[in-house]
Design a protein around this ligand. Structure first.
Ligand SMILES: [Zn+2]
Length: 123
């Protein structure tokens, strides 16, 4: 997939600077310690913890992803399949709970990719 793009880094758990080193320690987002991150990139040395509280901004990305999920699910279940609103609500909350680790990781990777540019010389 399009190495050198921000999407590559976000979807493949890679360092935003070099796209070589892993961002999170474990590849599986559904482990108990899914949020454990490396302090630095193992390949280029890029710091992943920019400053204290840096990843609070990732909450806004997470919020946007959850709203997109809710709207998409509403269109599918209520407007297209004509299911009851209660089924939609339980489906949405169930999906948010199940996908929480994955959405949190995608949000953090998206947020750091807003501030760190890909550097092809670091490959
Ligand atoms: Zn790196």
């Amino acid at each position: 997939m399009l190495k050198g793009t921000k999407l590559y880094s976000i979807l493949n758990n890679k360092c935003p600077r070099c796209h070589q080193g892993d961002f999170f320690v474990y590849k599986n987002p559904f482990r108990k310690d899914f949020a454990k991150m490396h302090d630095h990139c193992s390949h280029c040395g890029e710091t992943f913890n920019k400053e204290v509280g840096f990843y609070y901004g990732a909450m806004y990305v997470s919020y946007a992803l959850n709203i997109a999920l809710g709207v998409g699910l509403f269109i599918l279940l209520v407007l297209i399949l004509h299911l009851d609103l209660l089924i939609y609500l339980f489906s949405f909350f169930g999906l948010v709970l199940v996908l929480f680790p994955w959405i949190m990781r995608i949000s953090r990777l998206t947020y750091i990719n807003l501030f760190v540019k890909f550097d092809s010389s670091k490959k």
